[in-house]
Design a protein around this ligand. Structure first.
Ligand SMILES: Nc1ncnc2c1ncn2[C@@H]1O[C@H](COP(=O)(O)OP(=O)(O)OP(=O)(O)O)[C@@H](O)[C@H]1O
Length: 120
């Protein structure tokens, strides 16, 4: 990689890190997901998970936080596009929120399928 390309890559990385920082600072939902992730990881250590189960848990935690950040980004873009009430603005925000709900429900079910048999 040329030093120019490396610098550009590093800058993109810095902007992404700023995005994560902003999300943590401004979005209560994302702080909730991060807290929930810490609880799940602690529960994973206490319960004892297999290699595959850890892979799934890490994928779900990362996916959940990433999707919540995309949802927050969509909310901002919609608010930037219009300050008026518009049916498309509502559809965009509600679909993004719905996507978060779908992934959260799937994650919760998979989490229960992984943890419950070990606890019962
Ligand atoms: N510009 C808009 N036009 C039409 N409906 C909107 C608009 N902005 C938000 N809504 C709708 O109003 C409802 C409440 O939105 P609200 O603004 O309270 O939350 P949000 O912007 O979706 O998220 P947050 O509370 O995190 O800012 C949602 O159904 C949302 O889709």
């Amino acid at each position: 990689m040329t030093s120019m390309a490396a610098r550009r890559f590093l800058r993109s990385f810095q902007f992404a890190a700023q995005g994560i920082g902003t999300a943590l600072k401004r979005e209560q939902n994302i702080r909730f997901h991060v807290t929930a992730a810490v609880v799940v990881v602690l529960a994973g250590f206490l319960t004892g998970l297999s290699y595959m189960e850890w892979l799934i848990v890490i994928l779900l935690i990362g996916g959940m936080i990433a999707l919540e950040m995309v949802n927050s980004a969509i909310e901002r873009v919609v608010d930037l596009a219009t300050s008026e009430l518009h049916p498309l603005a509502k559809q965009a925000k509600d679909m993004a929120a719905g996507a978060v709900l779908v992934f959260a429900a799937a994650s919760a079910i998979i989490g229960l399928l992984i943890f419950l048999p070990k606890w019962l």
